[in-house]
Design a binder for this molecule. Structure first.
Ligand code: NAP
Length: 234
C-alpha cells in the first residue's frame, strides 16, 4: 500500500509526462505512471525507479473508458488516496491542416484524446482524490487553446484544448466542495516529440509549472488557466 503523497500521470512514457513524473518523485511523491504502450511505459518506470523512489507502471489508453476504469481500479488497489492527477496525454495530429477543409474525423480524434480522455480519467479518479486533504487535478492544456490569442493554427488541436479548458471549469466547479482543485496549465512551447527541437523550453522548464500546480497550488486557485504558476487569459 502506498503511504506518502501519491500522483497519477497519463502519457508518462516520454516528454513532459515523463519529466513531470520525475519531478514528482524528486518531491517525495509515489507516482503511478501510465502509458498506452506497455513496453515503453514499463521502460520509463524502470528508468525512474533507479532513483530509488516508488514508481509503478499501469497501462492506460485514455480514449478507452474500460481501460481508464481498469487502470484506476489498479491504482485504488495500491493506495487509499491520490493527491494529484496530471492529465498530460495528448496528440497534435494537425500537420498543415486548415479550418477551411479539415476532415472532421481528425477533429474527433483530437477531441477523444485531448478532451474526452482527460474527462474520463478525472471522472474515474476523483473519488480517490477526494480522500486527499487537498486533491489537485492538472489538465495539461496549451496557449493554442486560448480564445484570446487564437488564430488559424492547428485547428483540431487548438479547438480540443479550448474544450479541455471548459472541462477544467466544469470540474473545478463540480469538485470544489469535495476538496479538489482543478486547473489548466500551459507548459509553454517545449522541446519534445510533439514540440520539436526548435522549441525554446526544455522539458524541465515545461514540466515545472505543471508539477507546481499539481503539488503546491493553493486551494483558492481553482478553475484557472496557468503558465509558470501565474494566471493567463482563457
Ligand atoms: P509527446 O512527447 O508527444 O508525449 C505525448 C504523450 O501522450 C505520450 O506519452 C503519448 O503516448 C501520450 N498519449 C497520446 N495519446 C494517448 C492516448 N490515447 N492514451 C494514452 N496516452 C496517450 O508530447 P509532449 O510535448 O510531452 O506533450 C504532453 C502534453 O503537453 C500534451 O497534452 C500536449 O498537448 C501538451 N503541450 C505540449 C507542448 C509542447 O510544446 N510540447 C505545448 C503545449 C502543450 P505514445 O508515446 O504512445 O504516443
Amino acid at each position: 500500500m502506498f503511504t506518502s503523497k501519491t500522483a497519477l500521470v497519463t502519457g508518462a512514457n516520454k516528454g513532459i509526462g515523463f519529466e513531470s513524473a520525475r519531478q514528482l518523485l524528486q518531491k517525495g511523491y509515489q507516482v503511478f505512471i501510465t502509458a498506452r504502450r506497455k513496453e515503453e511505459g514499463q521502460k520509463a518506470a524502470d528508468q525512474l525507479s533507479r532513483s530509488g523512489r516508488v514508481v509503478r507502471f499501469i497501462y492506460l489508453e485514455v480514449t478507452d473508458p474500460d481501460s481508464v476504469k481498469k487502470a484506476v481500479r489498479e491504482v485504488a488497489a495500491q493506495t487509499e488516496h491520490l493527491d494529484a492527477l496530471i492529465n498530460n496525454a495528448g496528440i497534435y495530429p494537425d500537420g498543415e491542416t486548415s479550418i477551411l477543409n479539415v476532415d472532421t474525423t481528425l477533429l474527433e480524434k483530437s477531441f477523444l484524446t485531448n478532451t474526452v480522455g482527460a474527462l474520463l480519467v478525472s471522472q474515474a479518479s476523483w473519488p480517490l482524490l477526494a480522500r486527499s486533504k487537498l486533491g489537485r487535478i492538472v489538465n495539461v492544456s496549451s496557449g493554442l487553446g486560448a480564445l484570446s490569442e487564437m488564430g488559424a493554427t492547428a485547428p483540431t488541436y487548438s479547438i480540443s484544448k479550448t474544450a479541455l479548458n471548459a472541462v477544467t471549469r466544469q470540474l473545478a466547479s463540480a469538485l470544489k466542495d469535495k476538496g479538489i482543485i482543478v486547473n489548466s496549465v500551459c507548459p509553454g512551447w517545449v522541446r519534445t516529440e510533439m514540440g520539436g527541437q526548435n522549441a525554446p523550453r526544455s522539458v524541465e522548464e515545461g514540466a515545472s509549472g505543471i508539477v507546481w500546480a499539481a503539488t503546491e497550488a493553493p486551494a483558492e486557485l481553482t478553475g484557472n488557466f496557468l503558465r509558470d504558476g501565474k494566471v493567463i487569459p482563457w
